[in-house]
Design a protein around this ligand. Structure first.
Ligand code: FRU
Length: 489
């Protein structure tokens, strides 16, 4: 362990270079981004700059645990294969001495600008005694970032009264009508999450506009990682509420993600919400961030893990945390439809397919693996339940099932190997009696895109290396109209 005062970008880079070969690779993912070594949480600074996608991330390089946050950095031309760049930010300043927390990126006059939260511990209890403010870092080449000497650009004094004076973080910057805005996560200090809106002409001088939105008691006690962007003919406000109470089958994780569809009034600084839903219905998806690319696609990536959930790779593997697949989002009425970015299809190989299989028991699919895409079309028929078992081994399986009577899709990971078990459910309607799934399995993850993409269910799973089987099943009679499988990578 090095003393925190000595955290620098160079030290982190050297440490990673010297250590990365000692990682245990069993659960390392093939087509999802992870830290090169150590810990990763939130995606940060997701942006396309000079023809490349940049993704930064909350990073503690020295151990597979959360610690004084650095910003890791990776670039890609296709959002699937990433190349690591040097650490972009280390907690080496006054206002960010205990962590460079989450933030975002924007291009201005050819430079790449990062806005992020500087975290400072102010007393003996690091979970209670802290303050946060916002800083700017600037790059001419998208590789090396210099912190602005006038930091913080939004200081403690610019926090309005009647809101938390310490939870003040995760600036997401965007431009509207020639002005810059940031949304920032906070709470009212009385148990309700809220988001603050600031405006600027130059990214350096910021003026508080308004409380953009706040919880009415149902949506958690603190809001993290807000995002605000137009989609179709509406605006989307996306956020990660902490300790949000469950609503039926929804929002059952300790912390949740949700999106609201509505209208952003930038003059008043208010978001008028018309509808809301969960971003992902699984166990492991948090702090998503979006970007708009040069093809006009709005793409989100989330951290494919959850706070306070056991992560088996923290024991002896020297890494923890991964990003979800990048997901393109589109608006359909008041719903967002999610689909994996098309680029993933370039990495398909070894097509296996079967058609028109009557299912009235468990059958083995004659193909297996731990890194693949599956596309299935089930006809529910008269079955009481049907679905798939993935990563099947002697005592292991991860079950995806559907019960037509209740209209419930379920992911069960009680027998998925190491790590936490449990079940997540989501109400899904059949489409003309059919259930279509698009599933991505990657070593220690599974992501299920259901039907037209309104629902996605994501989970980390840690089966043994021999658990590679795939089965289909039904109780009663259903039909597997088609199943396509491609290895990915
Ligand atoms: C969300 C979060 C952010 C914070 C960061 C710290 O997962 O808690 O609010 O900036 O992680 O790593």
């Amino acid at each position: 362990m090095i003393h925190k005062r000595e955290y620098t970008k160079d030290k982190a880079d050297q440490f990673i270079k010297a250590s990365k070969h000692s990682l245990r690779t069993d659960y390392r993912l093939n087509y999802h981004l992870m830290a090169e070594y150590g810990w990763m949480n939130d995606p940060n600074g997701f942006v396309q700059y000079r023809g490349q996608y940049h993704l930064f991330y909350q990073h503690y390089p020295y151990k597979p645990i959360w610690g004084p946050m650095h910003w890791g950095h990776a670039i890609s031309t296709d959002l699937i294969k990433w190349e690591y760049l040097p650490i972009a930010l280390a907690p080496d300043g006054e206002f960010d001495r205990d962590g460079c927390f989450s933030g975002s990126a924007i291009e201005k006059d050819g430079q790449l600008m990062l806005l992020y939260t500087g975290h400072v511990v102010t007393g003996p209890d690091k979970d209670q005694d802290y303050k946060q403010s916002q800083g700017l870092a600037v790059s001419d080449d998208g590789v090396t970032f210099e912190k602005w000497q006038g930091n913080p650009v939004i200081g403690y004094k610019e926090i309005p009264p009647d809101v938390s004076q310490k939870d003040f973080r995760d600036p997401k910057v965007f431009m509207k009508n020639g002005q810059y805005y940031v949304v920032l996560g906070s709470n009212d200090a009385k148990g309700n999450g809220l988001v603050l809106l600031y405006r600027s002409d130059d990214l350096k001088q910021w003026t508080f506009v308004n409380v953009l939105a706040s919880s009415d008691g149902r949506f958690g006690d603190n809001w993290e990682c807000p995002d605000l962007f137009p989609l179709g003919n509406k605006d989307i406000f996306m956020l990660s509420p902490q300790r949000m109470p469950a609503q039926g089958e929804q929002f059952r994780n300790l912390h949740s993600t949700m999106y609201c569809v509505g209208e952003f009034d930038s003059e008043m600084g208010k978001f008028h919400s018309e509808a809301f839903a969960q971003v992902d219905h699984g166990f492991d998806f948090y702090a998503p961030q979006s970007t708009l690319d040069d093809q006009g696609r709005r793409i989100i990536i989330g951290w494919m893990d959850m706070w306070e959930a056991g992560m088996p790779t923290q024991q002896g593997h020297e890494w923890a945390g991964a990003m979800s697949l990048p997901r393109k989002i589109e608006l359909d009425g008041n719903r967002i439809l999610f689909s994996p970015v098309e680029e993933i299809e370039k990495y398909r190989s070894n097509l296996y397919e079967i058609h028109d299989v009557v299912l009235d028991q468990v059958i083995d699919i004659q193909s297996s693996g731990d890194s693949y895409e599956l596309q299935t079309d089930f006809e529910a028929g008269s079955a009481e339940e049907f679905g798939l078992k993935l990563r099947v081994g002697s005592d292991e399986e991860t079950i995806l099932s559907y019960r037509p009577e209740e209209g419930l899709f379920t992911l069960n990971r009680d027998k998925s190997g190491l790590g936490p078990g449990g079940e997540r459910r989501v109400h899904v309607r059949l489409d003309n009696g059919h259930l279509k799934l698009r599933i991505f399995v990657d070593k220690s993850s599974v992501e299920v895109f259901i039907g037209d993409g309104e629902h996605v269910v994501t989970a980390r799973i840690y089966p043994g290396p021999q658990s590679l089987g795939i089965q289909a099943f039904a109780k009663g009679t259903a039909k597997l109209v088609s199943l396509y499988k491609w290895d990915i990578l």
